[in-house]
Every structure is written in structure tokens, then in C-alpha cells.
Ligand binder design. Structure first.
Ligand code: MN
Length: 270
């Protein structure tokens, strides 16, 4: 498969499935650590940097969904990113969405098909993806906890000079249109409409740059590129980063807004 002996984490509570998956992974040239619970998966991730995690969804006590959320939280504080592929027997509509929503990157169904596993590994063990996501994880995950440590998501000082009294109005319009745009962007990704996506990503990039939201503008550019390449995995990842970056912008604006309100209200309150 690749140069070095890559280490992957297999999280699976069923002993037979553990054996089968371990065998397949070893045949593909990987080193495998096996744990049988979500709790142990978190402990392993604390100790070791894995090239990838294969995560069973159904496990007693802590399931794969909860474990993934905890791992993503841990990684966002540490600035690492490990691709997580769900291994699931579930075949209900919405399962894939649930996997993605908690922070998994992909899924594979049980029983694991060797050819399919190989395809997933080849895709998710690419270095570029991991490096890019490490960067995104550092920058955009956990908006509340990292907010104070990072630069402002919008350069308000520059804007104040430019828009003066109309600033609140401009920002309100920006938030409102971006909210709508993100809904449409999400739909274009789900429907694989690359031309529409490229156009909307371009819009987002432009309006974000206009209000000094540099992080959002950069992600808009990444998304435009992903649309051009019809790279739907990348588009999905970038969209996830975009939504958290936008949440950060809104949070920042709310803070600013309440701070300026206090300044107005407090002197009158004697
Ligand atoms: Mn299970």
C-alpha cells in the first residue's frame, strides 16, 4: 500500500469481527491495534497517533458515535486529525448522515468487503488529506474554547473605518445571506452539483473577504477548488469546517454586540 508500516486502530466489540477485520488489515500491510470499546478507543488515541480508525458503531456502554465525538474533541484541542471510518451493520436511511454529523469521515458496511476496504484505505490514508485536516482542526474546531487564543474571525477595526454607522447593518446582512447560502451549498454538495457549488463558493469567498472574514474567505476558496475537481469528499470536509468557522464568526459578533450594548446601557443604570 504505502511506504511505512502504518498503524490503524480497530474498535470492535465482536470477537469474530475483530479477527476478520484484523486479518484483512494485516493482509493490506497495516499494523493493527484492537480495542473493544469506545472508552478504550479514546485512551488509545490519547497515547498513539493513528493513520486511521475503523470504528464499530454498535458497542455496549459507549458506542462508536459517542467515542467519535470525544475523539474529535480531544483532537481539536491537540491539533491532530485522524480519519475515522465507521463500520456498521446498520443500513437505515440517515445512518451515513449520522456518522458524518458526529465527525466520522466515511463508512463501510458489515460484513467488510475486502475490495471495498482497500478502496477506503487508499482514500483515507492519503497524507494530503490528513495534513489539511490537521490544519483545519487546529484553526476551526472548538470555536468556544479556542476563541480567546486566536485572532478575531472578522477584522472589525478595518470595517469600522470603512462602513462607519452602517456597520451593524452590513454585518447583519452578511450573516443572513451567509446562513441561506450555506443551506444551498450543503444541498449542492449532497446533489453533486459542481457548477452550482463552484458559483456559490465563489460568492461566499467574495462576501467574506468584503467583511474581513479571512478564514471564511479561505474556506470558500477551498470549496470552490473542490467543486472544480468534483472532489465530494473534500467538499464535505470543507463544508464542515465552513459551518464551524461561520459559527465562530457569529459567536464573535454576538460578543461584540453585547459588549457595545453594555457600554450604552450601564451608565444610565444608577
Ligand atoms: Mn458491535
Amino acid at each position: 500500500m504505502t511506504d511505512e508500516n502504518k498503524r490503524v486502530l480497530l474498535v470492535e466489540d465482536n470477537v469474530v469481527n475483530q479477527k476478520l477485520a484484523t486479518m484483512l488489515l494485516q493482509q493490506l500491510g497495516l499494523t493493527v491495534d484492537v480495542v473493544d470499546s469506545g472508552q478504550k478507543a479514546i485512551q488509545s488515541v490519547q497515547k498513539e497517533l493513528y493513520a486511521m480508525i475503523l470504528m464499530d458503531c454498535q458497542m455496549p456502554e459507549m458506542d462508536g458515535f459517542e467515542a467519535t465525538k470525544a475523539i474529535r474533541k480531544l483532537e481539536s484541542l491537540r491539533g491532530t486529525y485522524t480519519p475515522i471510518v465507521a463500520v456498521t451493520a446498520l443500513a437505515m436511511v440517515g445512518d451515513k448522515e449520522r456518522c458524518i454529523a458526529v465527525g466520522m469521515d466515511d463508512y463501510i458496511s458489515k460484513p467488510i468487503d475486502r475490495q471495498m476496504l482497500k478502496i477506503k484505505l487508499n482514500h483515507w490514508l492519503q497524507k494530503d488529506f490528513v495534513l489539511k485536516n490537521q490544519e483545519l482542526a487546529r484553526k476551526y474546531a472548538q470555536p468556544e474554547t479556542t476563541l480567546a487564543l486566536e485572532e478575531d474571525p472578522i477584522d472589525l477595526e478595518e470595517l469600522k473605518d470603512f462602513y462607519a454607522d452602517d456597520l451593524q447593518d452590513v454585518l447583519a446582512t452578511f450573516v443572513e445571506t451567509t446562513e441561506k447560502l450555506l443551506v444551498e451549498i450543503n444541498q449542492a454538495i449532497l446533489d453533486h452539483k459542481d457548477a452550482q457549488l463552484a458559483h456559490m463558493a465563489h460568492e461566499l469567498k467574495g462576501s467574506s473577504a468584503s467583511v474581513g472574514a479571512k478564514g471564511l474567505a479561505k474556506l470558500g476558496l477551498y470549496l470552490e477548488r473542490a467543486a472544480g475537481l468534483r472532489d465530494w469528499h473534500d467538499a464535505k470536509d470543507t463544508f464542515a469546517a465552513l459551518t464551524s468557522a461561520f459559527a465562530r464568526v457569529k459567536y464573535f459578533l454576538r460578543q461584540q454586540h453585547s459588549a457595545s450594548h453594555e457600554a450604552v446601557i450601564l451608565p444610565g443604570r444608577e
